[in-house]
Design a protein around this ligand. Structure first.
Ligand SMILES: [Fe+2]
Length: 410
């Protein structure tokens, strides 16, 4: 296998002859004094196995052209500012690209075997190469060729014969732009990582604070141990099934699921404003007491609205407010606090209504024993179209066994 070695100060012809005589074929295509016809022929027939590069800190530019004069001219023009790799065919360029990613490729269009158009299409199709800037260097001067060259991904199109200062200036400009683009990309990637980390921190902090608030509410209301955790689980079960069954897909697709479930923790936050004597009364509430108890929905909304004044448009708070305010509404309009009907009740509230009632049914209260999961299921299904959204009750029926598993778990 022939090795392709770049040595800055070598004289290509001489060393080439020595190395090929030894049989391990070292090829030089470098900043030596000239590219001989012999070197070119050997380069064209070679397969690159490995490459040694003298890193001088200069930018690497490949010139790909089947014409020796063009390779020589191009190399001579650029060699003082850049490390130049003259490559006599597109095939060899792809060999070389396995070993080195250049800062730019100057690509001839008319070449045997693979032409410049085919070469750039392949370059643009490979993720490891598609960002290398390519300038076409060509004798094709018609407008159509130039347009085609630029359309398939070249950043510039220079026609031969070209003026050295002009070509150098254009290369310099493109390399500068490319450097800026790379820096911007790196900066954006770093920024995205920082934002992701900060967002996660805020999200975790927010969840921790909210769980604490929910715990405080639950702690006061000592009849409902585990209620907050279970209702969140029921909500998740319903939501997962709704996604699977395409129920209310349009509404759900607008939701940020990371926020909906945690926000459900706050559904009874308004109970903070209800007196202990009512909240923890060891028995059924009187009519008047129940009227006061009902106020927890509006109190919850008011509390969340106060937070929203400082955090406008936050998805978490919006969901939390809807759940807190509407989880006691009924599909038939007989619920509270607003007496909303049907789909006027936000979907979050319609979901929580099922989760909340189911959990109340399977839980013990001072005035009742826990109902069995089967009986709780019958009651929810019996409320289809009256208490609950009929479509959601259908979803519930399909996952009632999962509800029962959650109920048994706690
Ligand atoms: Fe409630």
């Amino acid at each position: 296998m022939v090795k392709f070695i770049y040595i800055e100060d070598a004289k290509p012809g001489q060393i080439l002859a020595q190395e090929t005589k030894r049989g391990d074929g070292v090829l030089l295509a470098a900043a030596g004094t000239e590219i001989t016809e012999k070197l070119l022929q050997i380069l064209k027939g070679s397969k690159i196995e490995s490459i040694a590069i003298d890193e001088g800190g200069r930018k690497n530019i490949l010139i790909v052209d089947d014409n020796m004069t063009n390779l020589t001219t191009g190399k001579d023009m650029l060699k003082d500012k850049y490390k130049v790799y003259p490559v006599p065919s597109a095939g060899l360029m792809f060999d070389l690209l396995e070993h080195i990613i250049p800062d730019m490729i100057l690509l001839d269009i008319e070449m045997p075997e693979m032409n410049g158009y085919e070469a750039i299409k392949r370059l643009k199709g490979e993720p490891q190469w598609n960002e290398i800037p390519v300038i076409f260097l060509t004798s094709k001067t018609d407008e159509g060729s130039e347009l085609e060259g630029l359309s398939i991904g070249a950043i510039d199109y220079v026609t031969k014969p070209f003026s050295a200062p002009l070509l150098l200036k254009r290369i310099e400009n493109h390399l500068f732009t490319e450097t800026q683009r790379k820096q911007l990309k790196e900066f954006n990637t770093e920024l995205e990582a920082v934002i992701r980390e900060k967002t996660a921190q805020i999200f975790n902090l927010q969840n921790a604070v909210l769980s604490t608030v929910a715990d405080l509410v639950e702690f006061r209301d000592d009849t409902t141990g585990g209620h907050v955790v279970r209702t969140q689980k029921y909500m998740k079960i319903l939501l997962d099934k709704m996604v699977e069954e395409n129920v209310y897909t349009e509404e759900i697709s607008e939701w940020d699921m990371d926020y909906v479930l945690p926000s459900a923790q706050l559904h009874d936050v308004g109970k903070i404003g209800i007196a202990d004597a009512i909240l923890n009364k060891p028995g059924k509430l009187t009519h008047d007491e129940f009227e006061i108890m009902k106020e927890h929905a509006a109190i919850g909304v008011a509390a969340i609205k106060r937070i929203e004044e400082n955090m406008k448009g936050h998805a978490f708070l919006r969901h939390a407010r809807r759940i807190a305010g509407t989880h006691h509404e009924r599909w038939d309009g007989a619920g509270y606090p607003e007496g909303l009907v049907g789909r006027d009740i936000p979907l979050e509230g319609r979901l929580m209504a099922i989760a909340d009632v189911y959990d109340a049914l399977i839980s013990a209260r001072p005035y009742k024993k826990p109902f069995s999961t089967d009986y709780a299921r019958q009651i929810i299904e019996g409320g289809k179209g009256t208490h609950f959204d009929p479509l959601l009750v259908d979803v519930f029926s399909k996952v009632a066994h999962q509800f029962a598993a959650v109920a048994r778990d706690v």
